[in-house]
Design a protein around this ligand. Structure first.
Ligand SMILES: Nc1ncnc2c1ncn2[C@@H]1O[C@H](COP(=O)(O)OP(=O)(O)O)[C@@H](O)[C@H]1O
Ligand SMILES: [Mg+2]
Length: 230
């Protein structure tokens, strides 16, 4: 279980996160929703250790990981798919996936079932990442994260700029990872319908603060949607 408790994060003098708390549990999807600029990506980067928090704590599987660096958190079982995907354009699909093996248990390669989840990647193994479509790059970014065998997967706007057919494929994979494999998933989204379909728990942020939080079934669309649309 991931427990983020009362974290503060500032960039210089500007407060970005104020007392943010949220949890992610094995087998469940926690959706973090909010408009552009409310601090969603900063929250994920804080969980991954890419930003240093000034207050609060981040606990994963019972241990306080607040002071660990990103590589140590990756080895502790936390996988991260950043906003904009950040695949390596000049590396092949195969090589992109292999970059994640540094965080995998020793001696493990690319998981054999990765192509059951993303059949398109098998076909494109030798193609350069930069030559894939946006949707294919998003699938590659997800596959790369899975190569490290994470128990917690954090995803930053996986549907951004992606065509509907691929969005469906990605939703199917996320559901499979949580329901069938018991992975804990944190999903940052602006696209309400996608998040609603997958989420067990919902956290809504406004200007660096959590304004609504609870089991997805307890939060009505009328309460959440106005906090997302401009
Ligand atoms: N590295 C940074 N340095 C300074 N300000 C930043 C940095 N990253 C994000 N911000 C600011 O922090 C706020 C939250 O950004 P972000 O976490 O990217 O929000 P979201 O992902 O919800 O769009 C914004 O006002 C943004 O401009
Ligand atoms: Mg963002």
């Amino acid at each position: 279980m991931l427990e983020v408790a009362n974290i503060d994060l500032s960039y210089g003098a500007s407060r970005c996160l104020r007392g943010v708390s949220m949890v992610a549990e094995p087998g469940k999807v926690t959706a973090v929703l909010g408009r552009n600029g409310v601090g969603k990506s900063s929250l994920l980067r804080a969980i991954m250790g890419l930003e240093r928090i000034q207050a609060g704590s981040i606990t994963w599987e019972g241990k306080d990981i607040s002071r660990l660096g990103p590589a140590e958190r990756a080895r502790a079982g936390i996988g991260y798919v950043p906003q904009g995907r950040e695949i390596f354009p000049f590396l092949t699909v195969q090589e992109n996936m292999e970059t994640a093996l540094a965080a995998a248990p020793r001696g493990s390669g690319v998981p054999s079932d990765i192509f059951d989840l993303f059949p398109i990647l098998r076909q494109f193994l030798r193609r350069r990442g930069g030559d894939l479509s946006g949707g294919q790059q998003q699938q590659l970014a997800l596959a790369r994260a899975l190569c490290a065998r994470p128990r917690l997967l954090i995803l930053d706007e996986p549907t951004e700029g992606i065509q509907p057919s691929v969005i469906k494929d990605i939703a199917r994979v996320i559901r499979h990872l949580s329901r069938d494999r018991g992975m804990a998933i944190v999903l940052v989204e602006q696209y309400y319908d996608f998040a609603r379909e997958l989420a067990d728990l919902i956290t809504v942020m406004v200007r660096g603060e959590v304004v609504l939080q609870g089991p997805a079934g307890d939060l009505s669309e009328e309460a959440v949607r106005p906090l997302l649309t401009v």
